[in-house]
Design a protein around this ligand. Structure first.
Ligand SMILES: Cc1cc2nc3c(=O)[nH]c(=O)nc-3n(C[C@H](O)[C@H](O)[C@H](O)COP(=O)(O)OP(=O)(O)OC[C@H]3O[C@@H](n4cnc5c(N)ncnc54)[C@H](O)[C@@H]3O)c2cc1C
Length: 386
């Protein structure tokens, strides 16, 4: 006889989206079972990085700015409650140009949303951060209260907390469900079953494998490389507050960097989409060509680090929708099944807002945001949200 677990809501996937969704559902009194194949924020998950930037700027896009603000508040409340602060207020610097409409729109939205920020000229940037050289940057926006989340640990703490408040955690692989009509249960690969009234599949880059006919061509995982460089001994120029988190917005490869946090080194990556990636089976080793490309960038922009040793690399995947908007919608053939994902390289910070949004839809039938619907997702690739 195989065991069947029964609950109000089953959440499949304990990355940042699933963990926050389970948290809010449980807080509302629902009985929740959370299932993960490899474990919360495991090494293959998109939420597994050491650190993720949380910034308010989204160009002229007010929705994500407001969600970031709400999320930062909720992250900080959670950290205060558990007594473990996993937020580092490094500030976030947008390096841009006067003629860039994205940052011009961002300036207006940040002002409207009451986000503390400052506009800087090229001369201010040179004076404040002499360790960086940006000839192509003529202006910048600095977000004072933004910073960095200690990502993997934050998700694992949230999971611990949610389980300690009564959610049930099951380690196992949920098999692709048969979704004609109402779903009664999910089968786990080891033979167990979880029966529930509603199901949330928050499986990030695995969603196309679980629902190939629905999202197979609407979420595409890409390989993304991250580098940690050893900074010179005794040099504090690459730590906060001497260095903020920053995004080189005018550069075609969209580099971004985080200061040396917890002695892991200066973190840098390119935000352009890499090749297709399989979250289960693809290797996560960085090639020499990527390191050479990085060194060419450093030589031009951060000369003190051009020969710095690469002390750690990570390969992760983005789970992109066509334009970068999240996917949060019901399965078209099973009204009690929700698909939650499409973080598209910028989703981590929004975990709390996503969890709050999903639980309000499930528990109170709150009206949906059209931008997150399945219908709005196209198969071509025109990234618009960063
Ligand atoms: C290199 C990199 C840098 C990034 N930087 C930032 C940043 O600075 N700021 C930011 O806000 N965002 C950033 N992001 C994006 C962000 O990390 C992701 O959008 C977010 O983590 C996605 O979370 P998720 O919960 O949707 O997916 P995941 O974290 O991948 O979680 C999905 C979970 O589902 C589980 N699962 C899958 N299939 C099954 C199954 N069949 N049965 C059971 N469990 C299953 C998996 O094991 C996994 O744990 C970055 C991403 C990458 C890769």
């Amino acid at each position: 006889m195989t065991a069947t677990k029964t609950c109000d809501i089953a959440v499949i996937g304990a990355g940042v989206f699933g963990a926050w969704t389970a948290h809010f559902l449980r807080q509302s009194g629902a009985s929740v079972t959370l299932i993960d194949a490899y474990g919360p924020a495991n090494g293959r998950a998109s939420s597994s990085g050491e650190t993720r930037i949380i910034r308010m700027g989204y160009g002229p896009d007010e929705l994500y700015t407001r969600w970031s603000g709400r999320s930062l508040l909720l992250w900080r409340e959670f950290f205060a409650r558990i007594g473990v602060d996993l937020f580092r207020r490094t500030g976030v610097l947008w390096l841009s140009s006067d003629s860039d409409p994205y940052t011009a729109g961002m300036f207006d939205v940040l002002s409207r949303a009451d986000v503390k920020h400052e506009k800087l000229a090229a001369s201010d940037i040179r004076k404040r951060w002499p360790q960086m050289i940006f000839e192509d940057v003529s202006s910048a926006i600095f977000e004072h209260e933004s910073g960095v989340l200690m990502a993997r640990r934050a998700v694992q703490e949230l999971m611990r907390d949610t389980v300690s408040h009564g959610a049930y955690y099951l380690s196992g692989v949920a098999l692709p469900p048969k979704t004609r009509g109402k779903l009664r249960e999910v089968q786990i690969a080891n033979g167990e079953r979880v029966s529930a009234g509603q199901f949330v599949f928050a499986c990030g880059p695995w969603l196309p494998k679980l629902f190939p006919s629905i999202v197979g061509d609407r979420i595409f995982p890409t390989r993304q490389e991250v580098f940690f460089l050893g900074t010179p001994a005794g040099d504090n120029n690459f730590r906060s507050p001497q260095m903020p988190a920053w995004l080189h917005h005018t550069h075609p490869d969209r580099p971004y960097a985080l200061p040396n946090i917890e002695e892991r080194g200066f973190k840098i990556a390119f935000d352009r989409h890499g090749p297709e990636f399989d979250p289960d089976s693809s290797d996560r080793v960085v090639g020499q060509t990527s390191i050479e490309r990085l060194r060419a960038y450093l030589k031009q922009h951060i000369p003190a680090l051009q020969n710095a040793p690469v002390i750690e690399t990570r390969v992760c995947q983005y789970e992109n929708t066509w334009n970068g908007d999240f996917l949060i919608d019901r399965h078209p053939e099973a009204e009690n099944v929700w698909l939650v994902g499409g973080g598209s390289g910028h989703g981590f910070k929004h975990g709390p807002a996503v969890g709050e949004y999903v639980s309000a839809r499930l528990l109170h039938n709150a009206p949906p945001e059209p931008r997150f619907s399945l219908d709005s997702k196209q198969a071509d690739r025109k990234r618009a949200i960063y």
